[in-house]
Design a protein around this ligand. Sequence first.
Ligand SMILES: Cc1ncc(COP(=O)(O)O)c(C=O)c1O
Length: 387
Amino acid sequence: MTPIRPPFFSPVSAMETALLKRREMASFRSLSTAHSAIDFSSNDYLGFALSDRFRQIIASFGAAALAPGSTGSRLLRGNSLFAETLEESIAAFHHAQAGLIFNSGYDANLGLFSSIASRGDTIIYDSLIHASIRDGVRLSGARAFNFSHNNTSQLNERLKAADGKGQVFVAVESVYSMDGDEAPLREIAALCKLYGANLVVDEAHATGVKGAMGQGLVYEAGLCDDVFARVHTFGKALGCHGAIVLGSRVLRDWLINYSRSFIYTTALPPASLAAISSAYQLIQENPAVISDLANRILQFRKDASCFGVVGLLPSFSPIQCVLIPGNKEVREVAGALQKAGLDVRPILSPTVQSGKERLRICIHAFNSPAEINGLASHLGKLKYADK
Ligand SMILES: Cc1ncc(COP(=O)(O)O)c(C=O)c1O
């Protein structure tokens, strides 16, 4: 059928123009199934996703408990006693009053920030905060201000400037996903206390990594009672999928009533809940894997220094970044490492600020000392400018 009138503009040609620009800027994103042999890029820091023991624990739930579908939203038929008891046990593990599971960390941040604040409130966030928090903040309609990364005197200024009419929230990550460094949580919590602000901490990259059993940095810093909410994700060190928001029982009820990314979606299936439960069992069965990881990270930093690797950012987390400004430049270096069998990925702008492009190296408990030494040695030989 001939349309009554031609479209005002063609979305396809506008898309093609924008995509072409991305190609020209060397920032075109594409999916790839090619993975080099040695994993230095996955978020599977503890190796759970590959672990036979993990699969064994999951299998012990039995076929009936491993149903692939939940059949509805948690508010309809998608809820279960299993989901509720799992939330209680995860909350207890992290020393929180209550928890609510979301289908992913993205959903958790979106649903948390968009529902806890609204017009008239203020959200102050670290400039390196994850995209899922930015999106949640935008959806909330609250006034939003950032402070430069980990700069507590600027946070102090922002808190002082907040007008005190609405509620004030401060959003940080405990371990930053693209730099790998930690937030000065004690200082930030003290400032929040001083100004009566509510602290929200995204623990995505601290879960399973920080704290004797992987309880996270808030727990390790003794701040469980000083935060308004925490987000722990299961798709990184815990090797599965999903996330939980931890906080008070009132917060849990609030999210069940107002968090749209919780309400309007099919709940995680029993199979996913079994995997989450198994991951928590596995980490408590073998907490030594966390110190194995810490030792591998220390080795990498020592080796990198011995081989004269330039541009390495300060970090004691599994995320070790080497700054190589320029999309083309960082892609080339990553390509050379991949050819050598080392799976290291480049992080390009606009994912990070232009000029801050980097290799994002993930160290794992299962990377052998020889693999880590080989990576540091390769990096030390490659020629690139770090400024
Ligand atoms: C800091 C941070 N928060 C949240 C998320 C989202 O978690 P998920 O992958 O479970 O959606 C990520 C993942 O990239 C992250 O790095």
